[in-house]
Design a protein around this ligand. Structure first.
Ligand SMILES: NC(=O)c1ccc[n+]([C@@H]2O[C@H](COP(=O)([O-])OP(=O)(O)OC[C@H]3O[C@@H](n4cnc5c(N)ncnc54)[C@H](OP(=O)(O)O)[C@@H]3O)[C@@H](O)[C@H]2O)c1
Length: 239
């Protein structure tokens, strides 16, 4: 199967993160023009370095994607510069666990909803006018296995990810037949540097690599996945 994004324009929110960077690089590798959002300048610089000969096709913007107005302006700029936006991947999110609901600080609850739910809301609202106008587009929202697997100590995280899947599912119904496709993916533990540091004694070989998950995301954004719409795709391998 030949997945090619030559001439396509893609937005990867959180595109310098543990998973997001692998997604950004995979799209660049397949010829896409990639816009990432980032928060730390040094992470964007590192992604540019990693992009090497493809760096000219990469652009970045330090936008808070929970801010609806800033996110809408970002998307307007992408469409103005590139004339199109073929795919949105939302790899922004955060995890807090190991704390009971009654011990959780409410500001943490709010942060989970903001990063794991509101980000997808603001981004989807920003990209949909352009995607509906052009009659095609693919949205992939990174949720988590925890959206369906509600273990102890992660009430806010699980609730935020479950709500994100429900929102994308409903959005998929909203845009049925328009040429825009909407899907979620469900990672469990990913083999990122942050996770290795947090769990140094774990068996890293069982954890899916960011690059492996990136390939699933590229597939979902490609025309090969034309019949995949409103899905929540598990990407947790053997972990
Ligand atoms: N890693 C895992 O094991 C795992 C498991 C299941 C699901 N997931 C999900 O997979 C996605 C990616 O995870 P990850 O491990 O790659 O996380 P990550 O390394 O923290 O990447 C997330 C990126 O989003 C950025 N970001 C945070 N808040 C933002 C905001 N308001 N606006 C714009 N960007 C913002 C982060 O910047 P900063 O670094 O500056 O905060 C970071 O670059 C998340 O949705 C996560 O919940 C991850």
């Amino acid at each position: 199967m030949n997945i090619n994004f030559s001439g396509k324009s893609v937005l990867v929110a959180g595109g310098t993160g543990g998973l997001g960077a692998a997604v950004s690089l995979a799209f660049l590798e397949e010829g896409a023009r990639v816009t990432v959002t980032y928060r730390k300048e040094e992470e964007y610089a590192a992604l540019k370095d990693a992009a090497a000969t493809r760096a000219a096709a990469l652009e970045g913007s330090p936008v808070d994607v929970t801010d609806e107005r800033a996110t809408a302006e970002l998307v307007t700029g992408i469409v103005a510069r590139h004339g199109r936006l073929d795919a949105l991947v939302n790899a922004v999110g955060s995890y807090v666990g190991g704390v009971t609901l009654w011990e959780l600080e409410t500001k943490v609850f709010d942060a989970m909803l903001s990063l794991n739910l509101r980000s997808g809301y603001a981004l989807a609202r920003a990209v949909l006018p352009a995607m509906l106008k052009q009659g095609h587009g693919s949205i992939v929202n990174v949720a988590a296995k925890a959206a369906f697997d509600h273990g102890a100590g992660a009430a806010a995280y699980a609730a935020s990810k479950a709500a994100a899947v429900a929102m994308m599912d409903s959005l998929a119904a909203d845009v049925k037949g328009t040429g825009v496709r909407v899907n979620s993916i469900l990672p469990s533990i990913i083999d990122t540097a942050v996770n290795r540091k947090a769990m140094p004694n774990a068996d890293f070989t069982a954890w899916p690599k960011p690059q492996e998950i990136a390939q699933v995301i590229l597939f979902l954004c490609s025309d090969h996945a034309a019949v995949v719409h409103g899905a929540a795709v598990p990407v947790y391998g053997n972990s």
